[in-house]
Design a protein around this ligand. Sequence first.
Ligand SMILES: Nc1nc2c(c(=O)[nH]1)N[C@H]1C(S)=C(S)[C@@H](COP(=O)(O)OP(=O)(O)OC[C@H]3O[C@@H](n4cnc5c(=O)[nH]c(N)nc54)[C@H](O)[C@@H]3O)O[C@H]1N2
Ligand SMILES: Nc1nc2c(c(=O)[nH]1)N[C@H]1C(S)=C(S)[C@@H](COP(=O)(O)OP(=O)(O)OC[C@H]3O[C@@H](n4cnc5c(=O)[nH]c(N)nc54)[C@H](O)[C@@H]3O)O[C@H]1N2
Ligand code: SF4
Ligand SMILES: [Mo]
Length: 694
Amino acid sequence: MNTRAAKDPLPQPPQIRGACPHDCPDTCALLTTVQHGVAIKVQGNPAHPHTAGVLCTKVSRYPERTYHPQRILHPLKRIGPKGSGQFERVSWDSALQDIARRLTQIAARDQGAAQAILPYSYAGTMGLVQGESMAARFFHRLGASLLDRTICAAAGGEGLTRTLGGKVGMKVEFFAHSRLILIWGSNSIGSNLHFWRHAMEAKRQGARLICIDPRKTETADKCHEHIALLPGTDAALALAVMRELIVHDWLDHDYIDRHTLGWEALRERAMAWTLERAASVCGVPLTQIESLARDYGRCYSEQKPAAIRLNYGMQRVRGGGNATRAIACLPALIGAWRQPAGGLLFSSSGSFPVDRSALQRPDLLAGRAPRTLNMVSIGDDLLRASSADFGPRIEALIVYNSNPVAVAPDSGKVVQGFARQDLFTVVLEHFQTDTADYADYILPATTQLEHADVHMSYGHTDVLLNRPAIAALGEAKPNTQIFRELAARMGFDDPCFADDDDTLCRAAYPTLDYEQLLTQGFATLPIADAPFAQGNFPTPSGKCEFYSASLAAQGQDGLPDHVPNYELLGTSAQYPLAMISPPARNFLNSTFVNVTSLRDIEGEPLLEISETDAALRGIGHGAVVRVFNARGSYLCTARLSPRARPGVVNGLGVWWRKLGLDGTNVNQLTSQKLTDMGRGPTFYDCLVQVELAT
Ligand SMILES: Nc1nc2c(c(=O)[nH]1)N[C@H]1C(S)=C(S)[C@@H](COP(=O)(O)OP(=O)(O)OC[C@H]3O[C@@H](n4cnc5c(=O)[nH]c(N)nc54)[C@H](O)[C@@H]3O)O[C@H]1N2
Ligand SMILES: Nc1nc2c(c(=O)[nH]1)N[C@H]1C(S)=C(S)[C@@H](COP(=O)(O)OP(=O)(O)OC[C@H]3O[C@@H](n4cnc5c(=O)[nH]c(N)nc54)[C@H](O)[C@@H]3O)O[C@H]1N2
Ligand code: SF4
Ligand SMILES: [Mo]
C-alpha cells in the first residue's frame, strides 16, 4: 500500500449541494461534482431522506442538458418571419436597450396602457427566486397585466382548499406504514418516483395498493388492482364509495360529529349514487366499486391506516374541483386522519412559510389594479381586440420558465396569436423551443447548475437550497439578473431592484435558519405527524368542510357532486373517443424533449389505442394515424396497447411541435374551456376521432 497516498489522498473534486428545479413533486436534493469548472456528474444527495441518493433518469442526465450543443448562450434577435426560427446574435446591450424602449413606449401611452404587456411564466424552474421574485417586482412596478398561473393544479387546489382548508395533507413518508393505498389519478412511477418508494415499502409490509386511472400505467401494473374508470368520472366513483360506507355503517361517527361540517347533506347526496349508477357513469364493473368501498371501509372496522395519494390527473376535466372535493371527504368519513399513515396527500405546498410579498413586492403596484389574464386561455386572449370588457389588446409578451406554444391548450390558436406581426415577444430560455421560434428576442437564461435558488416542494415538506455549481455558460444570465438590468434601463430606481440573489434567497423564508440551509442544503418543516387527528383543519370552520358555505355564497353547489365532462364520451358521433394526454416518463412537460438520449427512450409521438378501437378503424400497430377534432389534427404513431381502455386513447407527452411528425403536438386538439373551480385547464376533457393517415 502506498502510505503517502493514504495519508495525503488526492483532493476529491468538489460536490455542490443543490435542488432539482423541475415541476415534480419530489424536489430532490442534488450533488453536483465539478472538475476544472465543469459539472461532470449530477446525483441525488444521500443525506436528504426524501431523495435517498436517487434521481430519475431525466435529471441524472443533467450535464447532457446543460452542455447541450444547442443551448442558447447569447442574446438573439429575430431576422426571419415569426416562427421560422431565424435569429442573429446581438449584444446584451442592444437587446436590453431595444426591449426597454419598446416596453416604455407601450406603457407611456396612457394610464393603464402597461396592461398591454403580459408576463407569461410557469414552472420551468420551481425556484422561488428564479421563478417569481425580481420578475414579479419588475412587472408590478411596470403595471403590466397579472397572470393567473392556473395551468396545472388550479381546480384540485381550489377543491382541496374548500374542503381541507389548504394544500395540506399527510406527510409523504408515512405512506410506507399505510395498509391500503389508493393511487388516484397519478402514475407515480413516472412522475412521483420518490413517493413510489414508500408505496413499495408498504406493499412489502402487506399493504394493498389500488390504482384509479383510465390508463393502465406502469404504476397500475404494480398495484394489486386497477380501476380503469372513464376520464372525468372520479366524483361518481367517490360518491358511490361513500354510499357503501353509509349503508354498511363503515363510518367513524365520532370523527364525523366532531370534525366535519355538512354531514347530513353529504349523506343525502351520496345516497343517490348507487353502485349501478356509478358503474354506468364510470364504465367499470359494479363489483369493482363494491370491493373498493369494502377495502376502504374495512380499514375503519379494523383500525388500519388507509391513505390516498391523489394527484393531478383527475382534475384536468370540467368537474376537477368537485371530484377533488368528493375524494377529499373520504378520509374524514372513516376517521383515517387519526393516524399518521392515514388520510390523503394531494399537494403539500400549503405547508411552506414562504414570504411571497417580500419576494414579489405587490406593493410596487402602488394602488394600481391591473387586469388578470388566465394563462390557460392565452390562445384566445392573444387574438382579442381591445374592448371595454377585455381592456387593451396584448401588445407585448415576456415569456420565461414556460413553453406555451407547446404546453397551452388549443395550440392552433396559440400559434396564430404568437404569429401576430404586431406582437412584441421576448423569451428567456435555455433552448430554442417552439415558443422561442416566435420571439423577437431570445435572451439566454442560466440553468440550475449556474444560479442560486431556494425551493419549496409539493410532494414533501422540506425546504431546499440550491447553490451555483458552475459559472454561467456563454453570456447566459439568471432570470433575476435579466430583470434587474431591464429595470435599470427603464429607470426603475426602487432599491429593491438592487437586491442580489443571496438576499432574495434569504428573504423567501424569514422564519427559517438560513445557516442550516447553507451547511446542510435542506431543512425539514416542523409539522405534526397526524395534523388532523383532532380536526384543526385550516378551513373557516376548522372542520373538514363537506359543505362549503364559501362555494355556496358564490352560487356554486355547496356539496361535491359529479360534474360530467364538457366533451362527454358517447355524445358525439363525429368524435367517438376520449383522449387523455398524460406526461411521458422521460420528459418533464415539454422539457427534455430535445435531449437526444431521453428522446430516444420515448421514441416518437405515440397514441395508445385499444385493440378494439384500432380494429374498428383498420389501424395496425405502428401505423401513422391522424387524431383530430374540430380544433385541429395531429399526426402520430399508433401503439395498440392494453394500456388504453376501449373508448379512451392516450396521447403521451407534450412533445415539441417541431420534433413531431407534422409540426403539431397533442395540444392541437385540447380545449381552452375551464374547470368548475380554480379556472384550470381541461386537457383530459377532449373528444377526438382517429383514422389511418394517408
Ligand atoms: N416524468 C415526468 N414527471 C412529471 C411530469 C412529467 O411531465 N414527466 N410532470 C410534472 C407535473 S407538471 C405534474 S403537474 C406532476 C403531476 O403529475 P400528474 O398530473 O399526476 O401526472 P401523472 O402522474 O402522469 O398522473 C396523471 C394520471 O392521471 C391519469 N388520468 C387522466 N385522466 C384521469 C381521470 O379523469 N381520472 C383519473 N383518476 N385519472 C386520470 C392519467 O392516465 C395519468 O396516469 O407530475 C410531474 N412529474
Ligand atoms: N396536453 C397536455 N398539456 C399539458 C399537460 C398535460 O398533461 N397534457 N400538463 C400541463 C402541466 S401539468 C403543466 S405544469 C404545464 C407545464 O408547462 P411549462 O411550465 O411551460 O413547462 P415546460 O414545458 O417544462 O417548459 C418550461 C420551460 O422553461 C424553461 N426553463 C427552465 N428553467 C428556466 C430558467 O431558469 N429560466 C428560464 N428563463 N427558463 C427556464 C425550460 O427550458 C422550458 O422550455 O403544461 C401543461 N400542458
Ligand atoms: S424531476 Fe423529480 S424525480 Fe427527477 S430529480 Fe427532479 S425532483 Fe427528483
Ligand atoms: Mo404540472
